[in-house]
Design a protein around this ligand. Structure first.
Ligand code: ZN
Ligand code: ZN
Length: 425
């Protein structure tokens, strides 16, 4: 988008917000820098899109922007502060800065705000929830209700997510009840998915099924049934898994996830005939999986890895590291679980394939390139497979490193051989 040459603040504000809305986040930040270089002072309309673009690009200029808007008194505007709290909370999610540091900053801005609305409270609730700090989410929510602010649809998504990830079954059920009866917010698919996840983690599959059977079918989308399917896989309930998979197929026929989950479940039960049947079904329906990939951010550069990737400049070194990792975790007692082979891109259940899943290559590169003492942050586009999850936990232990793996579902903070997800995701 062209610069609004010779124009003033209003033209810049319009151009920045147009770029941000169009997803041209880098351009939005460039225009902001250019505007400031011309001596124009940002106002309360400039900053929300700039903060949002910065957060989405995982760049942490929030500190500098924060100082700027305090100086100019802009933090007094509710929507500016909301954008700032949200930007810090988002940064903590993507891990561009130390998660706890960003959450602290979000909290600082939040505490300094004179007025707050549902968006402000919700940003903080979601920020805590997504960083595995469920109890703090609940405490913020309690303050929100006490303050007289009305929680909305998104607030409850954050709250139920927090309950589910912190294993707070009773609190989750109580909030789910009260959202409609006390706050007049009708539960939607996101809330049902959280509840199924919450009950599934606690092993209460029957309760989850009762909840869904008694709910309006229109509110139950494929996400809800996939949450049930994941619970069935964990608790090895094949009959219910078939029912959940059939629902996903009806609602989202192109989704590969049910095939992968069913295949995992059957192979863990050693029901090879059923494994073959599910794979054949997947092939006959022409379903192919999105290829898995993982990435690591080192010194501001993103390094992307695919399974069996030989493309990286340091590929030979990385593969030697993978071999070393495999040997060291095996010595520590890690037994490869080849039943997870179809989770990722490896064609068959070969141990060789598992060792070269993209997340392991990314972790190996992290061990080589991230300075000792700093956490290794790895991102994955799909859910991490069970074998990689166990293997990377052991890697964190034997190498004495903190590894933070963000997969398509949640954060895994791995340290000393344990994971923040409690091995349920
Ligand atoms: Zn894997
Ligand atoms: Zn985990």
């Amino acid at each position: 988008m062209a610069s609004p040459v010779g124009k003033g603040l209003v033209a810049y504000n319009a151009a920045i917000s147009r770029c941000a809305r169009a997803g041209l986040h880098r351009r939005a930040l460039e225009l902001f820098a250019e505007m400031r270089a011309r001596g124009l002072r940002a106002d309360e309309y400039t900053l929300p899109p700039v903060l949002n673009s910065a957060a989405l690009l995982r760049v942490p200029p929030a500190g500098a922007l924060h100082a700027l808007l305090l100086r100019d008194g802009l933090a007094l505007h509710l929507h500016v502060s909301n954008a700032l709290v949200d930007a810090y909370a988002k940064l903590s999610r993507v891990g561009a800065a130390l998660a706890t540091g960003s959450l602290r900053d979000a909290r600082t801005v939040f505490d300094a705000m004179l007025t707050r609305c549902a968006i402000t409270w919700t940003a903080l609730i979601v920020g805590y929830a997504q960083n595995g700090r469920g109890r703090e989410s609940l405490a913020v929510y309690a303050d929100m209700v006490r303050s007289g602010c009305r929680p909305d649809y998104v607030t409850f998504v954050g709250l139920l997510f927090a309950c589910s990830h912190a294993g707070l079954v009773d609190a989750g059920k109580a909030h789910f009840q009260s959202m409609q009866s006390e706050h007049g917010v009708a539960p939607g698919p996101d809330h049902y998915a959280c509840m199924v996840d919450l009950l599934g983690r606690a092993g209460r599959l029957d309760e989850a099924v009762d909840l869904l059977d008694g709910s309006p079918a229109a509110e139950l989308d494929a996400t809800v049934w996939k949450a049930l399917l994941a619970a069935c896989r964990t608790h090895r309930n094949a009959a219910l898994a078939e029912r959940a998979a059939a629902m996903v197929w009806r609602l989202d026929p192109a989704d590969a996830v049910p095939y992968v989950m069913l295949s995992n479940l059957y192979s863990r039960a050693r029901r090879w005939g059923d494994v073959a049947r599910v794979r054949a079904l997947m092939r006959s329906r022409g379903i192919s999986k999105e290829p898995g990939c993982s990435w690591v951010l080192v010194a501001g550069v993103t390094h992307v890895f695919h399974a069996d990737d030989g493309d990286h400049r340091r590929a030979a070194e990385i593969h030697r590291k993978v071999e070393e990792m495999t040997a060291r975790i095996r010595a520590r007692g890690h037994v490869p679980d080849t039943e997870w082979a179809l989770q990722d891109e490896a064609p068959e259940g070969r141990e060789e394939g598992l060792a070269h899943h993209s997340e392991r290559l990314a972790v190996a590169f992290g061990l080589l390139a991230v300075p000792a003492g700093a956490p290794i942050r790895v991102y994955k586009n799909l859910r991490v497979c069970g074998d990689c999850h166990a293997a990377i936990k052991t890697v964190a232990e034997v190498y004495g490193r903190e590894i933070i793996l963000r997969d398509s579902n949640c954060f895994h903070h791995m340290k000393d051989g344990a994971c923040s997800c409690g091995d349920y995701w």
